[in-house]
Write a protein that binds this ligand. Structure first.
Ligand SMILES: Cc1cc2nc3c(=O)[nH]c(=O)nc-3n(C[C@H](O)[C@H](O)[C@H](O)COP(=O)(O)O)c2cc1C
Length: 335
């Protein structure tokens, strides 16, 4: 049992917030396989929420819980107001983004830029704490610091704990590393040892065995999975199952991957309309078909498809071809 403030979680695995990926269709798919792990919706800009919508665009469906809502911003009052909107919409935790390294965002003083301003960070965290008044736990997701010279992760994590934050997730890279190099799990372990609240380790976990090793070696309370879950909505459940039972569940078959890709595309089209749905489907198809035979050719066709019907046709034909000719699987893949 993992306690995050008033929230009780049965799983030590979490789905990372990922912009352009963790939308409602993807979260619904993940929940088919895993109903216990805390999952994060893609982030919302606090100012964006307040200026345009004045509410979250949805009420959190019970079937998607436990769900965290992450906020991006740097102004204490709008962040506090947006946190209330997230709580009203049914978020199980409200998370502050302290990791986004994208220059446009950091230049605006949001995301990882807050790692460099502990005074402002303290004002934000105290405003969030006052606004939520214990209704919903506040969490942060941070990087190790701005760059190699400013790895102030212990200071930031301790400040968060002192301000009433209930959980700290750490992506073990600095802002200037972006996604290069490897995540520093030694630093994550240091944070875990220094705090009394749960620390969740994040970075470069791709399979259940690595997840278990990182969890054990770092002393963290849980692990968070990002990129490896792209096109792989089975992964969270497979890791949680390994933690619980010590057993590796089989990987999805080619047929399961393609069937899911087709359904995911249909969900995106019905949720977002044909034009956006087809465009957004492309990257998901690329992930679902990673490592499959002739997948480069399929991706090229998918990228040319203009309508949902064309997209579906390409994928159905490919699935049939793979099923009818299993020996293709023996040939080297395109990756
Ligand atoms: C496409 C993409 C979008 C992301 N969006 C967010 C985000 O909105 N908020 C956030 O805190 N981290 C975001 N991240 C970072 C991930 O949550 C995670 O910290 C990072 O990918 C490292 O974990 P991994 O090695 O398991 O992928 C994003 C990462 C990717 C690849």
């Amino acid at each position: 049992m993992l306690r995050v403030g008033s929230l009780r979680l049965a799983s030590q695995v979490m789905l990372a917030p990922m912009c352009g990926i963790c939308d409602l269709p993807y979260l619904r798919i993940v929940r088919r396989f895993d109903q216990q792990s805390l999952a994060f919706h893609e982030m919302f800009s606090a100012l964006g929420l307040l200026q345009t919508k004045k509410s979250l665009p949805f009420t959190v469906p019970v079937a998607l819980r436990p769900l965290g809502i992450q906020l991006l911003g740097h102004a204490p009052d709008p962040l506090a107001h947006a946190a209330l909107l997230a709580a009203e919409a049914g978020a199980d935790v409200v998370d502050l983004n302290l990791g986004c390294p994208v220059p446009k965002i950091a230049k605006n003083y949001d995301g990882s830029a807050l790692l460099r301003d502990s005074k402002l960070l303290e004002r934000i965290l105290r405003a969030l704490y006052r606004a939520l008044a214990g209704r919903v736990p506040i969490t942060i997701k941070m990087r190790l610091g701005w760059d190699d010279k400013q790895r102030n992760y212990l200071e930031v994590a301790k400040l968060a704990e002192a301000c009433g934050v209930s959980m700290v997730t750490v992506h073990g890279r600095t802002r200037s590393q972006l996604y290069s190099g490897t995540a520093d799990w030694g630093a994550i372990a240091e944070i875990s040892a220094a705090l009394a609240i749960p620390v969740i380790g994040n970075g470069d976990i791709r399979d259940p065995e690595t997840a278990a090793r990182k969890l054990r070696d770092s002393g963290c309370s849980g692990v968070m999975i990002g990129r490896a879950a792209q096109g792989n909505p089975w992964l969270l459940a497979r890791i949680a199952h390994y933690f619980e039972k010590g057993e590796i569940l089989p990987e999805p078959t080619d047929n399961e991957r393609l069937t899911m890709a087709i359904e995911h595309c249909q969900m995106l089209v019905s949720e977002k309309g044909e034009q956006i749905g087809v465009a957004e489907s492309r990257k998901h198809v690329a992930w679902y078909t990673r490592g499959l035979p002739e997948s480069a050719e399929v991706r090229a066709r998918v990228n040319q498809a203009k309508t949902a019907a064309e997209l579906q046709q390409v994928l159905e034909t490919y699935r049939e071809r793979l099923l009818a000719a299993p020996w293709l699987r023996m040939a080297p893949s395109d990756e």
